[in-house]
Design a protein around this ligand. Structure first.
Ligand code: FES
Length: 107
C-alpha cells in the first residue's frame, strides 16, 4: 500500500491507500471520493480526470506521455504547470505522501 492524499476543491483532505501499480484515478474511485468524472474510463481521451500534483512533489512522477500531454490542453479548468490526468498516473512507492488536488470542475 502507498499512502497518498487527495484534496477536494472544497478543501476536504482524504487519506487514500493506493495499491502499487494502480492508477490515481482507480485508487480515488475505490476510496469513494467524488471529483473525477473519468468519462472515458481511463483511456486518456476525455480529460475529465484532471488533477494538480503537489508542486514540490512533481519531480517524483514519471513525465506525462505525449497522449496525456495533448489531452491536458482540453481540461475544463485551465491547465496548470502541475496539471496531470489521474488515469495516467501509476502509483509507485516513490509517491508516498504526495497530495493530489482536484479542480473545481471537470466539465
Ligand atoms: S479518465 Fe478520461 S482521460 Fe482520464
Amino acid at each position: 500500500m502507498v499512502q497518498i492524499q487527495v484534496v477536494e476543491f472544497n478543501g476536504a483532505i482524504h487519506d487514500v491507500e493506493a495499491l502499487e501499480g494502480q492508477t490515481l484515478l482507480q485508487a480515488t474511485l475505490d476510496a469513494g471520493i467524488d471529483g473525477f468524472a473519468a468519462e472515458c474510463g481511463g483511456c486518456c481521451v476525455c480529460a475529465t480526470c484532471h488533477c494538480m500534483v503537489q508542486t514540490e512533489a512533481l519531480h517524483r512522477l514519471a513525465p506525462a506521455a505525449s497522449d496525456e500531454e495533448q489531452m491536458l490542453d482540453f481540461t475544463a479548468e485551465p491547465r496548470e504547470p502541475n496539471s496531470r490526468l489521474a488515469c495516467q498516473i501509476k502509483i509507485t512507492p516513490e509517491h508516498a505522501g504526495i497530495q493530489f488536488f482536484m479542480p473545481k470542475r471537470q466539465y
